[in-house]
Design a protein around this ligand. Sequence first.
Ligand code: ADP
Ligand code: MG
Length: 306
Amino acid sequence: MSTEPLVTLNGSTMGTRWSARLASHHDSPDLTIALQEAVDAVDRQMSTWRSDSDLMRLNATAPGRWVDVEAELIAVLEIAAEVTAASNGAFDIGVGEAVRAWGFGRAQGQIDESAIRTALGQQLRATVECDRGAGRARRLNDRNLDLSGVAKGFAVDQMAKVLLQRSVSGFVVGLDGEIVANGLRPDGRPWAVALEQPDPSRRTARGVIEVTNRALATSGDYRHRVQLGTDWLSHTIDPRSGAPARNRLASVTVLADDCARADAWATALMVLGETEGPVIARNKKIEAVFLIRDGAQFKEITTLRD
Ligand code: ADP
Ligand code: MG
């Protein structure tokens, strides 16, 4: 058991900040640079905020035509397709146009009513083909691809990989609500991760889970939202209707072996809602905590294994 102090590293990316807490001392400046490079590489490839990202080049290229892309983007496209299939289409990266139409992402509160009418009632399923060997991908329909529901989780996996490659084994890395915890704290205990109380006005913890060698992601309706009349719309789109998901879920936290899948599943379960979500989670052996609005309180359903 070590009593060495924790080291905290951080930096900014994707409009937010990443952080890493290490259980022991390592060459911090060098690690900070390597971690920043790992998240920046994901941002460069998968951002919808920069028109020169590989993803946006794919979106700007006509369906059927191949685009050269890096291995990380292919890995994320494959994970996305896997979660789409397992969630009965509740997670689908084909929501890009609907995300814009409803005023999320780069559109920031600008609702486009005619684009909404086009998105509504449409099945937004994207079909993408990847050619791993040749390092290329192509869209097979004209759906606008959006990886924001999975890329942050993948970026956290990439940070964890950087640390493991440098023989750092006790750490927690995170980006917003996406986290990977590995090994143990300096005192030999598992890492304690806070579950957030769904509250748009402040950040408070509602509970703590102890984790080691696990990834964790939370999606909620309480932080990214736009107002339409007296209604608040969540930035989670139901790809089966083209509209923001409407249900009583305030948040979903998913635990998984990797953070990209945890992230994608958290979004998928938000779409599936308080009834279908827990059923599919149990069926697919997805460990999740659902917080359901119940008046001013929250009801909790978990599918966690002990
Ligand atoms: P957060 O940013 O709170 O971690 P998520 O991981 O749930 O949120 O990602 C939400 C983002 O994912 C949205 O802003 C949108 O760009 C995209 N998105 C929304 N609905 C879906 C969906 N059903 N499937 C895949 N991506 C989605
Ligand atoms: Mg997500």
